[in-house]
Design a protein around this ligand. Structure first.
Ligand SMILES: Nc1nc2c(ncn2[C@@H]2O[C@H](COP(=O)(O)OP(=O)(O)OP(=O)(O)O)[C@@H](O)[C@H]2O)c(=O)[nH]1
Ligand SMILES: [Mg+2]
Length: 711
């Protein structure tokens, strides 16, 4: 079969709060398009989309999956995404390559917090979007409430194109105000019968139709003129105007459906076919270099890998979008990131876990391949002589951090390999071997996310890992000046050791004056790799210490800066001046000065009103107004400082500054406090002083630990 041309391709992503019915709806789309002849259900774990055993066990989508079907002469690629907040990275991935977002709203519960979060991305990417009020067969379905909430939340650009005639358990009829007909479905769904709109619904349908005509006219001057002339638009003009509005994020139609009962998906696919953009109708893709790449089928091929899945026996399956040109079996392209030359020896269309081999994929199409040697997610491949890089996917910042504990010392390497491979598939997982904390730290999107990581490590790599509370990367500094002399002297047979340094330590700040009362010869300021600064001032007069010992002295100070005297944490924002001392013509050497400097610094530190600092995070919580009190009350127990509150529709947004230490497992607490009706983001803000009692405890713990290590 000939490959689909660019104008006959539609890339659609299904998004929405968990449980809105995306996977069920995808199954219905495939069934209606005759891509499958039997509909699976989420309950039976046999849908095309939720094919991973883990998804079937949990009854939720966990990964974005790629399906496709043909509708009339057009190929619709369908990306079904997880609605659970922990897997939002998969949504961002799918939105990168989709040209239309189908946003499912659950008619039982209206605009849910997951939808709000997804909207932020849809809005940012300006993905043309279509709303579907789904589950209209449910006894608690409330189309009006859902529509009202969508309008309140997403604005008046949200326009109903349909309304249900009889929502609830007997649901079987939808009035369509674009086509001005009523669809009546057989009891088991499928193809509806078209009927005239009953008199009692005619008024509402006319009103909605007029609103659609106005919306279509508004987006194009020529159409606007025609509308003023004739008072209406013909079908073709209407389609054109709506598709312009959709493309410019000025028009969001609302459809009605019951995915479970197989009602409504055909009409939506018809709309996708008629009105939604082909990849060539979208703006040219942004490039890493700042330019852009139009979706031109006549150009040379350019391929972007948006997702990698590791399949047992097969290895890495690379999912890609052809951003231009035609990709043919056997083509050789070069990776713009690492210059690996890859041969595309097999090309596939994807149907969940199944793949159908094809000869070529044209500009705008999405497919997959196997056995690439050195190419991963977020990389672009081009023909020789071109090094275009499609702008990478920016994944959300992590919201949970944990230490990983391997079952035994011998399994450390196995664990590292497993985490590395899992990370290749899942860029929202960050793994770091922290030298500072002496722990392997993983960061992810939430506890459920890390749970999946643990499961994969065990199932696919045979290594059991446990998560533990990670150490906190504290810092140490001082708040006042202190001066200390230290003499290091050793006389044990043979050559002795001798060095004496007089040291001043002060809190460092940008633009501070030279040390008072000292004859500063040279002041250096260094950015520390763990944040903050270190300044070193050489103020030796009369050559009492040779300049050749400067490096040894600095090294001695650094040894303590790297393992602070209070808690063993990194020190920052300190200026050290060496202003006097003594040498011995024979016994002074680098080692002696290094030791003297370390000791002087260590002893000066407690005299300089030292302070332990802790990382503080900006926390943003979006919560259903009903649970606001719970969230605020809980924040008070976490040493949080509330910075502001806003309302966004039915939701309240709380912005606060919270110590990282107090955010341990926040995702589960928040879920429990709000019955899942809240989301949060966190990002590092600054280091700030810990309260005195906590500092005393941290110092006592460190002292105990140090004693234990000595024995
Ligand atoms: N009554 C009714 N139930 C539905 C409908 N669509 C889905 N469901 C049920 O709602 C539940 C969730 O459906 P899914 O299709 O898994 O929802 P999802 O949006 O894919 O959920 P996540 O993968 O967690 O994001 C299942 O029990 C479905 O049977 C519908 O149209 N009507
Ligand atoms: Mg799903």
């Amino acid at each position: 079969m000939a490959a689909y041309t660019t104008d006959k391709i539609r890339n659609v992503v299904l998004v929405g709060h968990s449980g809105s019915g995306k996977t069920t709806f995808a199954e219905t789309m495939l069934y209606e398009a005759k891509a499958i002849n039997r509909r699976g259900t989420v309950g039976d774990g046999n849908t095309q989309s939720d094919y991973a055993s883990l998804e079937q066990q949990r009854g939720h989508s966990l990964f974005a999956s790629l399906l496709h079907c043909s509708w009339k002469d057009t190929k619709i690629n369908i990306l079904d995404t997880p609605g659970l907040d922990d897997f939002v990275g998969e949504v961002v991935t799918a939105l990168k390559v989709a040209d239309t977002a189908v946003i499912l709203l659950n008619a039982r519960s209206g605009v849910e917090v997951g939808t709000e979060l997804i909207w932020e991305y849809v809005d940012k990417f300006e993905t043309p979007s279509v709303f579907v009020v789904n589950q209209l067969d449910h006894e608690k379905a409330d189309f009006e409430m859902t529509l009202e909430q969508a309008k309140n939340r997403f604005g008046n650009r949200v326009l109903p194109l349909q309304f249900p005639v009889n929502q609830g358990p007997g649901f079987n009829a939808i009035v369509d105000a674009l086509r001005m007909v009523m669809y009546v479905f057989p009891a088991d769904g499928g193809k509806p019968e078209k009927k005239p709109i009953p008199a009692e619904h005619k008024g509402r349908a006319d009103e909605m139709h007029n609103a659609l005509v106005e919306a279509a006219a508004e987006n194009d001057e020529a159409l606007m003129e025609k509308y003023f002339e004739n008072g209406t638009l013909d079908e073709e003009e209407l389609a054109k105007g709506l598709s312009i509005g959709l493309a410019h994020h000025q028009f969001f139609p609302v459809f009605c459906a019951s995915g479970l009962k197989d009602m409504g998906s055909g009409r939506i696919m018809g709309f996708i076919h008629d009105i939604c953009p082909s990849p060539a109708d979208r703006p040219a893709a942004d490039l890493e270099s700042g330019g852009s790449k139009p979706c031109d089928p006549a150009a040379r091929p350019c391929v972007f890998i948006f997702k990698t899945v590791n399949e047992p026996k097969v290895g890495n399956v690379s999912y890609f979008k052809v951003y231009s040109g035609v990709l043919k079996t056997g083509d050789e392209l070069t990776n713009a990131d690492n210059s690996t030359v890859e041969r595309f020896s097999q090309l596939f269309e994807s149907e969940g876990k199944n793949r159908d081999q094809v000869d070529e994929l044209r500009a705008g199409d999405i497919g997959c391949t196997v056995k690439l040697k050195g190419s991963h997610t977020n990389q672009t491949l081009n023909p020789k002589g071109s090094d275009i890089k499609i702008e990478r996917i920016h994944f959300p910042a992590p919201r949970i951090r944990m230490a990983v504990v391997p079952p035994s010392k011998s399994e450390v390497e196995k664990m590292a390999n497993a985490l590395h491979s899992i990370q290749e598939e899942d860029p929202t997982l960050l793994v770091e071997q922290s030298v500072e904390l002496k722990q392997t730290i993983v960061q992810g999107q939430g506890e459920m996310h890390l749970d999946i990581i643990r499961y994969k490590a065990e199932q696919n790599f045979g290594v059991r890992i446990e998560f533990a509370e990670p150490r906190i990367p504290y810092r140490e500094t001082i708040t006042k000046e202190a001066n200390k002399d230290y003499r290091h002297k050793k006389q044990s047979g043979g050559a002795g050791q001798f060095a004496e340094v007089h040291m001043r330590i002060e809190p460092y700040y940008d633009g501070m004056p030279a040390p008072h009362g000292l004859n500063a010869k040279n002041i250096e300021v260094e950015d520390l790799k763990w944040g903050g600064k270190f300044s070193f001032c050489w103020a030796i007069v009369g050559g009492v210490i040779d300049a050749r010992f400067i490096n040894a002295i600095k090294k001695g100070i650094m040894a303590k800066m790297e393992e602070g005297p209070l808690t063993g944490s990194y020190c920052r924002d300190i200026r050290v001046s060496i202003y006097d001392g003594k040498m011995h013509p024979v016994d002074s050497n680098d080692m002696a000065f290094q030791i003297a400097a370390t000791m002087a610094f260590k002893e000066a530190f407690p005299m300089a009103a030292p302070q332990v600092l802790e990382p503080i995070y900006d926390l943003e919580v979006m919560v259903d107004a009903e649970y606001m009190g719970n969230v605020m009350g809980d924040l008070q127990t976490r040493r949080a400082i509330v910075m502001g509150m806003d309302s966004e529709g039915h939701y309240q947004v709380i912005r606060a500054r919270v110590p990282l230490k107090e955010l341990h497992k926040y995702s589960s607490t928040l879920r429990a406090l709000t019955q899942g009706k809240a989301k949060f983001n966190m990002s590092f803000a600054e280091y700030a002083s810990v309260p005195g009692d906590i500092q005393a405890k941290l110092m006592a713990d460190y002292a105990k630990h140090a004693v234990a290590e000595e024995h």
